[in-house]
Each structure stands twice: as structure tokens, then as C-alpha cells.
Ligand binder design. Structure first.
Ligand code: HEC
Ligand code: HEC
Ligand code: HEC
Length: 430
């Protein structure tokens, strides 16, 4: 079995971990403090400038997206996140003393963000992106904490996770952490510009772009050596393309301005944001300052080249290319253009579009089934959208038209089978 040795290690570590975990649980580990220390900390946290900076940073970190239930109070938690191991509900991070973070001191918060440990010292599940947030500086963490403490407290108890064994045993995480988690604040690279370093800090740290755009191994850990080359989202049928702009990268041919446009408005001359990325733009990146967006673009444009995209060994157009072409002409060309060239600022091009040619056809298939809804942003308050074709087109037809756009013009991507379309048709939207 592939990765059998990892399984072996996991079992061994699990045994040790259960013992260690038990020891961790026996004591309540909130950081103690005397009255004077508490008052000094409270005074520091009330600084309006710190709170304002924290509001911005919390937006960049997109904390509200996970810590808000659909239709729920902001930051009060209760959003259910699907993981490959079961469902997990996010905790309340408003300053309610009983159900939120009201009693936490900065040291407790830092331990969560930087070390991925909860209020009792227990290891937290890495669905909370602390594998990225550990890069965040202490100064920035102070600001975020000050902002969270300034929010109106909401009384809303947390829900227990519904994970399957052994993942429901928190101490089993100790094994995972020993293998895959290295806490550490971002260390600037002196050989690079200040702008590049700022971009690296945002992308690797607070912006946690790699949590979706980096492939994961069998244990759900990001493959650091293949940072940002593109990956499937955990437990969701979406693919986040590579973020390199060099030949072979998912953003090949994108200018810095294209990247800034996409993150700020959800649209660019090269492609539009949809699915989970539309949420990221709506809640987070559209509010990033122009300087920070430029820094992100500078960093992404400096990612190493990966060489030309691997052409499937025997590239042959899938059967049904003619049928796909006819469907394309009838259903799609009016918006996306006969040659997949799109209409600048209105309809994204499909020729040379990384979201179309990425290794997985999932995004293209789901765009066709679900339609496309770019995020409404300040920069683009009334984006154009794409109608869903789920009712209109059969699995065969969706496969044919997706294969057509993946294998026409300059696009040379692998084919998708109707059965796969059928499976994607029945997966939840997010
Ligand atoms: C991708 C989803 C996600 C994002 C983004 C996210 N969190 Fe969380 N967070 C979680 C989950 C899930 C947990 C609970 C983990 C567990 O129970 O093991 C958690 C736990 C926490 C905890 C521990 C709470 C406690 O009661 O001990 C804190 C503090 C926290 N998050 C703060 C933040 C902040 C600050 C940000 C933004 C910088 C953020 N989170 C962004 C999902 C997320
Ligand atoms: C929750 C997962 C998630 C996070 C976090 C995330 N992305 Fe994405 N991203 C996606 C998915 C899925 C797509 C594919 C859909 C699309 O193209 O809009 C995507 C697409 C993109 C694209 C467009 C690619 C194309 O070819 O159209 C860019 C650029 C991008 N992301 C940049 C970023 C940056 C920069 C960050 C961090 C600030 C980030 N993403 C964070 C999931 C994510
Ligand atoms: C009414 C105009 C319209 C029609 C018809 C249409 N699209 Fe789209 N399409 C759009 C718009 C607008 C977007 C961007 C939506 C977004 O950002 O979520 C889009 C996005 C896409 C994307 C994702 C690419 C990206 O960068 O956002 C794909 C793939 C796609 N369309 C394929 C098709 C196919 C295949 C057809 C025909 C079956 C089709 N479209 C028909 C307007 C249209």
C-alpha cells in the first residue's frame, strides 16, 4: 500500500500521543495572570490604532469566513467545515467570557495562532489554518487579538466535532503535528526586496493562500516543496490552480496588474474568480490595500518556473470533439467568443485560461453545471454571471463541451469522462 510506512509511524506515534495527550488534558492551561498584568494587557488592547490595524489584518486573514455560520453573527463561530475525516464546527471567537475568547489572554491567543493549541493546551485540528498563521508576527497577532476583543460579545456555545475515529481523538493530532507542523514566524529573505518579502509574508502567512493552492499528501499536509503549484481542496470538489506566472504555471502569462485586478475586483483580463475563490475575494482580498496587492503580485510573479505544462503523453482529442464544438457554438460562444477569446472586462477568455487547463477538470465541469457568479466587489459592483447548464445538458454533453474547451485553441489538457461529470453533479456546492 502506498505510504504504508507513514501509516506505521502514525500508529506508533498514536500510542505515545494518547499518553501525552492525556497528560495535557488533566490541567486547565489558560495562562494565569495577576490583576496588574491583566489591567496592563487590557489597556494595551484598547488602543484604537491597534484595533483598526487588527480589523484590516483579520480581513486579510479571512477569519470571519470560517468563524461565522451562514446567517449567523460574525465571528460567533458555528460554521460547519467538511474535512476528509468528518465535520468540524468553528468556535466562537467573539469576546464572550463563557462561550468565546473573553477570558483568553494574549498568550493563549498566540498559542492558538502560532502553535495551533487551544485554551487547554490541546492540539487543534489543522483545518484551522495555523500551519500558515504560524508565520504571522507577534505584533500583527496583538493587533488581531485587540480587534477581536473589541467586537460585541455573542453568547453562543461551541459544538463538539463530529469526526470519526481516530481523528476524534485530539491527541492523535500530536503525531500529525510531529510529522508535518513546524511553528515559526516568517523570516524575511534579505536578498529580496521589501515588497517581495511583504508578498511572501501575506501569501504564506496571514493570507494562507497555500492552504488551497498547495497540493496535500495522503495525510492532508501541504507539500512544502511544491508550494503553490496547485491542489485539490480538502473534502471539496474544487481545484485551486497553480499560482506561478511562468510557463507551465497556473497563471502563465498573467501580468502583475491581472493578479491585482482578480484579487481586488474578482475579474481580470485572464480569468474570473468563481467557487471558493469568489468567497475569498468577496470577504478578504478585495479589501487589501493596493500596496499589499502589488506585494502579493510581486511575490507570485517571482515564483520559480515549472517548465512547460506536461502534455498528456498521447495527447489525442477526446471522442465527441465535434459534438463538443457544436455545443460550444450554440451554448457558449456568444459570451466566450468563437475562439475562446472572451470579451475584455465582461466574459473571461477560455483560451489559455488556467482555470480551464488545470490538471483537474473539476472547476470547468462545475462552472458549466453550476454557472459562474463572480463576487460582487467595491471594484466591480455588478459583475456579469454565467447561467447554470445542469438542467439543460446531460453528463455526456457536459463532458463533450468541457473536453472541447480543454482541448481547443492553445489548450492541451486531459479529458474528462461523463461518469465523472455525473459524480460532480451530485456533490454539494461547498
Ligand atoms: C479555514 C477556516 C479557518 C480560518 C480561515 C480561521 N479559523 Fe480559527 N479556527 C478554525 C477551526 C475549525 C478552529 C477549531 C479547531 C479545533 O477545534 O481543533 C479554529 C480555532 C481558532 C481559535 C481557538 C479558539 C479556542 O476557543 O481555543 C482561535 C483563537 C482562532 N481560530 C482564531 C482565528 C483567527 C484570528 C483567524 C484569522 C487570522 C482564524 N481563526 C481563521 C477555522 C478557521
Ligand atoms: C479557500 C481556498 C482558497 C484560498 C484560501 C485561496 N484560493 Fe485562490 N483559488 C481557489 C480556487 C478553488 C480557485 C479556482 C477558481 C477560480 O479560478 O476562481 C482559485 C483561483 C485563484 C486565482 C485565479 C486563477 C485562474 O486561473 O483563474 C488566483 C490569482 C488566486 N486564486 C489567488 C489566490 C491568492 C493570492 C490567495 C491568498 C490571498 C488565494 N488565492 C487564496 C481557492 C482558494
Ligand atoms: C451569458 C454568458 C455566458 C454563457 C452563455 C457562458 N458563459 Fe461561461 N462564463 C461567463 C461569465 C460571466 C463567467 C465568469 C463568472 C465568474 O467569475 O464566476 C464565466 C466563466 C466560465 C468559466 C470559468 C473561467 C473563469 O476564469 O472564470 C468556464 C470554464 C466557462 N465559463 C465555460 C463556459 C461554457 C463551456 C459555456 C457553454 C456551455 C459557457 N461558459 C457559457 C459567461 C457565460
Amino acid at each position: 500500500m502506498k505510504r504504508w510506512w507513514q501509516r506505521g509511524i502514525l500508529v506508533l506515534l498514536l500510542c505515545g500521543a494518547v499518553l501525552l495527550g492525556w497528560r495535557l488534558f488533566v490541567a486547565d492551561r489558560l495562562h494565569p495572570a495577576n490583576a496588574a498584568q491583566r489591567q496592563a494587557e487590557a489597556a494595551k488592547l484598547r488602543d484604537p490604532a491597534l484595533v483598526a490595524r487588527g480589523a484590516y489584518l483579520a480581513t486579510v486573514g479571512d477569519c470571519a469566513a470560517c468563524h461565522t455560520a451562514r446567517g449567523g453573527r460574525r465571528y460567533a463561530g458555528g460554521r460547519v467545515l467538511a474535512t476528509p475525516f468528518g465535520d468540524l464546527s468553528t468556535p466562537n471567537i467573539t469576546p464572550d467570557p463563557d462561550t468565546g475568547i473573553g477570558r483568553l489572554r494574549f498568550a493563549d491567543f498566540w498559542r492558538a495562532l502560532h502553535q495551533g493549541r487551544g485554551r487547554h493546551g490541546e492540539p487543534l485540528y489543522p483545518v484551522f489554518s495555523y500551519t500558515s498563521f504560524t508565520r504571522v508576527t507577534r505584533d500583527d497577532a496583538w493587533a488581531i487579538f485587540a480587534y477581536l476583543k473589541s467586537l460585541p460579545p455573542v453568547r453562543q456555545p461551541n459544538r463538539e466535532p463530529a469526526l470519526s475515529f481516530p481523528y476524534n481523538v485530539r491527541s492523535s493530532l500530536l503525531a500529525w503535528r510531529a510529522l508535518y507542523f513546524r511553528p515559526g514566524v516568517y523570516r524575511p529573505d534579505p536578498a529580496r526586496s521589501a515588497e517581495w518579502n511583504r508578498g511572501a509574508y501575506l501569501v504564506q502567512g496571514l493570507g494562507h493562500c497555500g492552504e488551497c493552492h498547495t497540493p496535500r499528501n495522503a495525510w492532508g499536509a501541504m507539500e512544502e516543496k511544491r508550494r503553490l503549484v496547485g491542489g485539490s481542496l480538502p473534502a471539496q470538489e474544487w481545484y485551486a490552480p497553480g499560482l506561478g506566472t511562468q510557463p507551465g504555471g497556473g497563471l502563465a502569462g498573467w501580468s502583475g496588474q491581472d493578479i491585482v485586478d482578480l484579487l481586488k475586483t474578482g475579474e481580470s483580463s485572464k480569468g474570473a474568480a468563481f467557487g471558493p475563490m469568489a468567497d475569498v475575494v468577496r470577504n478578504s482580498t478585495q479589501y487589501m490595500s493596493d500596496a499589499d496587492l502589488r506585494a502579493v503580485a510581486t511575490y507570485l510573479r517571482a515564483l520559480p518556473a515549472r517548465g512547460p505544462a506536461p502534455v498528456p503523453a498521447a495527447f489525442a482529442r477526446a471522442a465527441g470533439h465535434v459534438q463538443g464544438g457544436e455545443l460550444y457554438a450554440q451554448q457558449c460562444a456568444a459570451c466566450h467568443g468563437k475562439q475562446g477569446e472572451g470579451v475584455p472586462g465582461i466574459y473571461p477568455p477560455l483560451d489559455g485560461n488556467g482555470a480551464v487547463t488545470e490538471p483537474s477538470a473539476a472547476d470547468a465541469v462545475r462552472s458549466v453545471l453550476l454557472g459562474g457568479f463572480a463576487p460582487t466587489t467595491v471594484g466591480d459592483p455588478r459583475p456579469y454571471s454565467m447561467p447554470p447548464f445542469a438542467q439543460q445538458l446531460s453528463d455526456d454533453e457536459v463532458a463533450a463541451v468541457v473536453n472541447y474547451i480543454r482541448q481547443s485553441w492553445s489548450n492541451r489538457a486531459g479529458a474528462v469522462w461523463p461518469a465523472e461529470v455525473g459524480r460532480l453533479r451530485h456533490t454539494p456546492v461547498d
